[in-house]
Design a protein. Structure first.
Length: 206
């Protein structure tokens, strides 16, 4: 019998720029939150304290204003008065050490709690509108979400009313200067072509 412990691979961590100059993507070779996403803007600090030890720890840096965790990366939103070259190394070292020590990333049960909160907030649709909303969600999931995830963010359906699709932008997409153009030229254009009932797409606060 081989009693030798299996060695864990060393923690690798690198950064990727995003279209949003206020956010930076920290990518690791470790799976942090597989096929799931957790978004904690500073306005929801209490939510972070309840459900994400990592996000809570990152908020101890007073220039961190948002933490988005998905698969093998963390997207961090900084204070506008800070420059990435001045803080990036500290954040990289902190994240690398945190992961290396095997500390909790997101607490068990968060997905169920998030689903319950979203179900409570989400408007219910009937008849033709229900079918339209299903199609809109499917298109966002298939064509839009993978692309924005590559940029360190996420897009979430919020509501559909009078031809207007309201979405919530998270991670790098939230507050991104180019997000309005992406919404209008890319996402809105696609949805209007594929679902004639869609007249516009607007981003709202989550």
């Amino acid at each position: 019998m081989n009693n030798k412990e299996t060695k864990k691979p060393p923690i690798m961590l690198y950064t990727e720029q995003t279209p949003n100059p206020g956010t930076l993507k920290f990518v690791t070779n470790q799976m942090l939150y597989a096929r799931k996403m957790a978004d904690f803007p500073i306005e929801q600090l209490d939510l972070a304290k309840k459900w994400s030890p990592l996000a809570t720890a990152l908020f101890s840096f007073n220039y961190v204003k948002g933490v988005y965790i998905c698969n093998n990366f963390i997207t961090i939103t900084k204070d506008e008065h800070q420059e990435w070259p001045d803080i990036m190394l500290d954040l990289k070292n902190f994240i690398k050490n945190y992961i290396g020590e095997g500390k909790a990333i997101v607490s068990e049960g968060f997905e169920d709690a998030k689903a319950a909160m979203e179900a409570k907030e989400e408007k219910q649709y009937i008849g033709d509108n229900a079918d339209l909303v299903t199609k809109i969600k499917e298109l966002l999931d298939k064509y839009v979400r993978p692309a924005v995830e590559m940029d360190g963010g996420n897009i979430k359906f919020h509501s559909f009313e009078n031809g207007v699709v309201n979405v919530v932008l998270q991670g790098a997409c939230s507050g991104c200067p180019s997000s309005s153009g992406t919404l209008k030229v890319g996402i809105e254009g696609m949805l209007k072509r594929m679902i004639p009932e869609v007249k516009a797409v607007e981003a709202i606060m989550g």
